[in-house]
Write a new protein. Structure first.
Length: 156
């Protein structure tokens, strides 16, 4: 009889599994059953009209410097408050007021665009009313400021 071959004393084994290289993969959370609502609409028209009013208020005073007869309304209202000043001093005061009001109208427009439509509308309305004291940007800036403020308050 033939002798069977000897049985190996060391059993063969599989290679060891290397450890994972990074954290386990992250699984995205499931989608909600109801999708979130879109953001509220911004008062785009109110913003644009208020910014145009700010530009017109500034241009109205610049036109008063370039063509002095167009500054009669601004000079008249300031002369009622401060009588006895020369025309050049009245125009300097009107220019400072116009810069403050036009930048306030710009601020109101940016507030409207960034979601504070009611607050920006109130600021725009007050600045538009005050701009009538310096001519209101050919009176068109005054009118556009009021229309833009109302549109922003109504969220249009």
């Amino acid at each position: 009889m033939a002798v069977p071959p000897p049985v190996p004393t060391v059993l063969p084994f599989a290679r060891p599994v290397p450890p994972p290289r990074g954290p386990p993969p992250v699984v995205a959370p499931p989608l909600p059953a109801i999708l979130p609502l879109p953001p509220p609409p911004r008062p785009i028209w109110g913003t644009l009209i208020t910014l145009a009013a700010g530009i017109l208020v500034m241009v109205g005073v610049i036109a008063g410097w370039v063509y002095p007869p167009s500054s009669d309304l601004a000079v008249y209202f300031i002369k009622l408050i401060l009588p006895g000043l020369a025309w050049i001093d009245l125009m300097k005061i009107a220019t400072v007021i116009a810069v403050i009001l036009s930048f306030s109208l710009f601020l109101a427009g940016f507030l409207m665009y960034h979601g504070y439509g009611t607050f920006g509308g109130i600021i725009g309305f007050l600045c538009a009313i005050l701009s009538i004291a310096i001519g209101g940007g050919f009176l068109a800036g005054f009118t556009l400021g009021i229309i833009g403020a109302f549109l922003a308050i109504m969220r249009k």
